[in-house]
Design a protein around this ligand. Structure first.
Ligand SMILES: Cc1cc2nc3c(=O)[nH]c(=O)nc-3n(C[C@H](O)[C@H](O)[C@H](O)COP(=O)(O)OP(=O)(O)OC[C@H]3O[C@@H](n4cnc5c(N)ncnc54)[C@H](O)[C@@H]3O)c2cc1C
Length: 309
C-alpha cells in the first residue's frame, strides 16, 4: 500500500521527520510509517503518532548492510516518499536506497509538500544566497536536517512489526571503532553561544571568550578557520553551512566578518550580537546589536559588566 516512510538512526530526528510526514499525510491521504533498527527506541517511536513502526532486525547497523533491505521493503510496499534524517549516516543510506530504487533524491530540504502529484521541496543553494524549489516525481527520497521540524507529540501507541533482514550485505564489516571525544555541551542545542572568529589573534586569548561565555552561561562556538585551519577548537564547534546549524536565544560573535557560509548557520538565532573592528563587516547586516570596536577592549568591558549583573 502506498505510504510515507520515515527513517533516522536518531529517534529524536525520526520524531521530527514524523511531523513533516503527518503534514504530507493530510494532502497525500497515505499512512505514515517509521522504520527503525533500534530495539530501545521502538516503543518511543510507536507512541509518536505514526500509523505503523517497522523494527528491522539485522546483524549490524551500517548502511551498507541494510540499505538493500530497506529498498526492498519500500519497493514491496509501493512507498511514495521516504524522509530520512540528514545526518552523515542518514545521507549515506538515502543515497544508497535511492540508487537501488532508481528514485529521485533531494538532500537537505527545509520544507516539503505534495503538489501536482510530486514532492515539492525547498533548499538553500550557493551557500545560502538562493532558495531552490524542486518537484520530484514519486517515489522520492528526501533528506531533512535535524531540527527543521519540531518533534511530533505523543499519541496513542501504534502497531510494531518486526522484520528480519533477509538480504543483508555483509561485505562491509567494522574492525575498529574510535569514538570522537566531545568536549563540553553540544552547541547545536545550546541556548547561548559565544562565537570566536579569526579576529582573535592567538589561541592563548581564547580565555577572553571563555570568560564572556561563563558570564552569560554560554557555550563556545567558532568559525571554520578557527577549527579547521588553526585547530584551536574541535571541529564540532564550528558553525555554518558546512559546520553546525544553531538556533540559540543569544549568539555573540567576536572578531567574525560574517561571510554567508557562517551566517547560514546562525541566522535562526533569536538575538545576534556582533563585535568587530570593521564597521563594514557583513556580520553587522545579520546582527540585531553591533559593537564596532577592538574585541580586546570591548570583550573585557562587556564581560565585567555582565559579571556585575
Ligand atoms: C565551501 C565553503 C564552506 C564554508 N563553510 C563555512 C562554515 O561552515 N563556517 C564558517 O564559519 N566558515 C565557512 N567557510 C569560510 C567562510 O567563507 C569564511 O572564510 C569564514 O567564515 C571567515 O571566518 P572569520 O569571520 O573567523 O574570519 P575573517 O573573515 O578573517 O574575519 C575576521 C574578522 O575579525 C575582525 N577583526 C580582526 N581583528 C579584530 C579585533 N582586534 N577586534 C575585533 N574584530 C577584529 C575583522 O575585521 C574581520 O571582520 C566556508 C567557505 C567555503 C568556501
Amino acid at each position: 500500500m502506498p505510504g510515507i516512510w520515515i527513517y533516522s538512526e536518531d529517534s529524536v530526528v525520526a520524531r521530527q521527520l514524523l511531523t513533516a510526514g503527518q503534514e504530507l499525510k493530510k494532502t497525500m491521504q497515505q499512512p505514515v510509517n517509521i522504520i527503525t533498527l533500534n530495539d530501545e527506541a521502538v516503543q518511543c517511536l510507536a507512541s509518536a503518532g505514526a500509523d505503523k513502526v517497522f523494527l528491522l532486525k539485522g546483524a549490524n547497523p551500517w548502511p551498507e548492510s541494510y540499505a538493500a533491505a530497506i529498498a526492498d521493503m519500500l519497493d514491496k510496499e509501493q512507498a511514495s516518499v521516504m524522509l530520512v534524517g540528514a545526518t552523515l549516516r542518514g545521507k549515506d543510506l538515502a543515497a544508497k536506497v535511492a540508487a537501488i530504487l532508481k528514485a529521485g533524491l533531494v538532500t537537505d530540504a527545509l520544507s516539503i509538500q505534495y503538489a501536482n502529484e510530486a514532492i515539492e521541496t525547498m533548499r538553500l543553494m550557493y551557500g545560502g544566497l538562493a532558495v531552490r524549489t524542486e518537484a520530484t516525481a514519486l517515489p522520492a527520497l528526501v533528506t531533512i536536517p535535524p531540527r527543521t521540524f519540531a518533534e511530533a507529540a505523543d499519541a496513542a501507541r501504534c502497531e510494531i512489526t518486526t522484520v528480519e533482514v533477509a538480504n543483508e550485505d555483509s561485505r562491509v564489516t567494522i574492525s575498529n571503532v574510535c569514538p570522537i571525544v566531545h568536549e563540553g555541551a553540544d552547541i547545536v542545542t545550546a541556548n547561548r553561544i559565544v562565537c570566536v572568529g579569526r579576529g582573535l589573534a592567538k589561541q592563548e586569548d581564547l580565555y577572553r571568550a571563555e570568560q564572556l561565555a561563563s558570564a552569560v552561561g554560554a557555550e563556545i562556538g567558532c568559525t571554520r578557520g578557527i577549527a579547521e585551519d588553526y585547530h584551536w577548537l574541535p571541529n564540532e564547534r564550528y558553525i555554518g553551512i558546512s559546520g553546525q546549524k544553531v538556533k540559540p536565544e543569544l549568539y555573540i560573535g567576536m572578531g567574525i566578518s560574517g561571510q554567508v557560509q557562517h551566517v547560514v548557520g546562525i541566522r535562526d538565532s533569536k538575538i545576534i550580537v556582533a563585535i568587530d573592528s570593521n564597521e563594514k563587516a557583513p556580520i553587522f547586516e545579520a546582527a540585531d546589536y553591533g559593537i564596532v570596536g577592538d574585541l580586546y577592549k570591548v570583550v573585557p568591558l562587556l564581560t565585567a559588566a555582565l559579571q556585575k549583573k
